[in-house]
Design a protein around this ligand. Sequence first.
Ligand SMILES: Nc1ncnc2c1ncn2[C@@H]1O[C@H](COP(=O)(O)OP(=O)(O)OP(=O)(O)O)[C@@H](O)[C@H]1O
Length: 265
Amino acid sequence: MTVAWQASRRTGGELRIENVVRSFAAIRAVDDVSFTVKARGITGLIGPNGAGKTTLFNSVAGTLPINSGSVMLNGIRIDGLAPHRIFGHGLLRTFQIPRPFAEMTVLENVMVTPAGQAGEQFWNTWLRPGLVAREEKALRDRARAIIEFCGLTKVERQLAGAISGGQQKLVELARVLMGDPAIILLDEPGAGVNPGLLDHIVDRIAELRKQGLTFLIIEHNMDVIMSLCDHVAVMAAGRLIAQGRPSEVTADSKVIEAYLGGGVA
Ligand SMILES: Nc1ncnc2c1ncn2[C@@H]1O[C@H](COP(=O)(O)OP(=O)(O)OP(=O)(O)O)[C@@H](O)[C@H]1O
């Protein structure tokens, strides 16, 4: 029997992206971009293919160093920190293509959490077996509660490589939730997901926001953006060309022009 799970252990999640530049040789993939993701809100990041959205995500999450500018999380400067330190400050991300351990079950995938458990120190297995067993049980209970929250209980014993692409997206979300995030960067949660499951994913994201989490979401599906986001930032050719409420940015002539000129996915 699992206990109801609440995503409310951290507070905050405000992300301030200021004048960020990231180039690849002559291409300024992110060109002097500034915007703020409000704590406990859902900000969408949209733009045509090649706009620089993924590069900005990678820069914020610490996997790509930035050339200039700054990234602040809850007032703490995080650009230049290693990805695991940024993770430690509560910023976690998912990937456009889910990356589960295909030969492990859904439950095992969700139980793979950051270092620091007693069982990871091998001598504990002999000297303090009770502690290791208690930690293992607490981890399993927490994983099962999060799996239930994500609606994955029916498939928790299946191999993660054998479930649908949409369910794998939910496994990614569950894994991120195990890391106790303040802010989650979601990379195209709707890509390749059937409409029924997409409604469920949207509902879970809305519930997590209600519980105090903050989101920055890259998404090409405008229905998802319109139903979830309270703020939208629009990039094109590396630059931020508009930001505001969803209804404002979709009516903005610069945005319409960028999509018509750049081709919408
Ligand atoms: N590792 C890299 N090396 C060289 N150029 C890159 C690299 N990564 C991205 N780019 C270039 O940077 C620009 C922005 O790409 P990016 O993938 O960030 O855009 P995007 O908005 O995420 O696009 P999509 O919606 O198609 O995923 C593109 O011109 C791309 O070719």
